[in-house]
Write a protein that binds this ligand. Sequence first.
Ligand code: C2E
Ligand code: MG
Ligand code: MG
Length: 325
Amino acid sequence: SVGYGASLGIACCPEHSEDQNSLLQKADAAMYAAKHRGGGYVIYNSHVGREVQRDPAFKHELRDGIERNELVLHYQPIVSLTTACVVGVEALARWQHPTRGQLGPDEFIPLAEASGLIRPLTSWVLGVALRQSATWQAKGINLRVCINLSTRNLLDANFVGHIAELLDITGAAPQSLVFELTESTVMADPLRSMEMLTKFTSLGISVTMDDFGTGYSSLSYLKRLPVHELKIDKSFIGDMALDSIDATIVASTIELAHNLGLTVIAEGVENSKTWGMLAEMGCDTAQGFYMCDPLPVRDLEQWLANSKWGRLAGPGEKTTPELSS
Ligand code: C2E
Ligand code: MG
Ligand code: MG
């Protein structure tokens, strides 16, 4: 069900730019154009931008949309496979577009990444998610909040300072925050990522490797990266109840992660059979439509109060994966 392949974007110095940031942005745009074509490589040219954002107004709309608070975060519960208690949520961005209706992240995150808007977008996401985390803490609702980051965020020298500032302003506890990074994000620049992840960890924030299994992680890096948890990609979880190869991959990944001292989360759990298999394999936590869709805050709080899955972890129960040394 998944198409494997690489997409490569090329921008040259000095032809396309002599400025490091705009060069990266152009290489990004070329990479998304290549993705758009279904793989292979694209060398940057002036059409590339247009190919990515077929409608040039879209970028301006997104910039305005962020400023006008048209984005909204939905939260999907994360449930412990051992206690069946909710231990956290993943924050997932949606755009309530004034004329196009609600757009999913796949419809605007790539554009944000290719157009330099991922910085203000991530900043907006962090502000809202940290404030929400502090609100839940104040209400005694003990949830870890997982936030997705992009490659470009890891290349932003001011990023850690910005987070420290946001922690200060919002009063959110770093121990209840988790940053999700995909394998390809981290492996794009392993040394720089290592530095960044170490800084997150020293702030008290945990790190989860998202979409694990779809990229090309070097196991030697994985061993050394300050990552607390692996999130097994939904493409393996979705079919594991029917496909014995996927089931073997999932079981082996859980064992590998545990042997490396990492916890494991499964995403894309859609039925009780999958839930049961994961529990048997010793997977730590899970999220998916079987338990709950991503929901707006108010609906989520209602779900927490009424669903059989909604019981929150008690004070003694672990909600955050711990980094083993
Ligand atoms: P992700 O981080 O891997 O998020 C999981 C995706 O799986 C979400 O899609 C979620 O709605 C979906 N999902 C949840 N349960 C199930 C299930 O049981 N079955 C299936 N098939 N899918 C399920 P969504 O919300 O469309 O987000 C897509 C991606 O967009 C995310 O993948 C993440 O990489 C990115 N994204 C979302 N919000 C943000 C954000 O604030 N910042 C950044 N940089 N990326 C974001
Ligand atoms: Mg994620
Ligand atoms: Mg994922």
